[in-house]
Design a protein around this ligand. Structure first.
Ligand SMILES: [Mg+2]
Length: 156
């Protein structure tokens, strides 16, 4: 992890320890910290709506406001993690590396390219055409993909 990430986790630990001292460390407190993440995510969505100017009565906010609210989401999550894991920094470091490695490896992710579009895979040529896709659930598409993948080796 970079120094700034380490510093961020050190600051989150400080905030968590301060909340522990003031509010205690019972399950209710950890739940409230978890709910704070959701609250901040809602504020990020609200800021995005504001940045689009969708509600003329409220004026237009800025994309910077969205980014600032996303900072709140990250901080709230970093603080909340302390109630659920003894070493949030290590957990996060492993977690984000695994995510990035999976993307770098071209992980096979089945997705539907539009609400009524075809199923495709990010890692191979698997597809279920649009005219058949409505008859197939996402789970069934994933199973069909996995079966096809295990039948024919796909180079990575
Ligand atoms: Mg906020």
């Amino acid at each position: 992890m970079t120094d700034s990430a380490t510093d961020a986790f050190a600051q989150a630990r400080r905030i968590s320890q301060r909340l522990d001292a003031v509010n205690g460390t019972d399950e209710h407190e950890y739940l409230i910290r978890l709910l704070k993440v959701v609250e901040e995510a809602g504020e990020a969505a609200q800021a995005y709506i504001g940045a689009t100017g969708q509600n003329p009565r409220k004026g237009v906010t800025h994309r910077h406001d969205v980014a600032a609210e996303l900072c709140d989401v990250i901080v709230a999550a970093m603080v909340a993690m302390h109630g659920f894991h003894p070493d949030p920094q290590a957990l996060f470091g492993e977690f984000i590396k695994e995510k990035a490695d999976r993307l770098d490896a071209g992980t096979h992710l089945v997705y539907r390219d539009a609400p009524h579009g075809e199923y495709r895979c990010t890692g191979c040529a698997f597809r279920i055409p649009e005219d058949q896709a409505d008859e197939v659930s996402y789970d069934a598409a994933q199973r069909a993909h996995d079966a096809a993948l295990s039948a024919v080796p796909v180079p990575h």
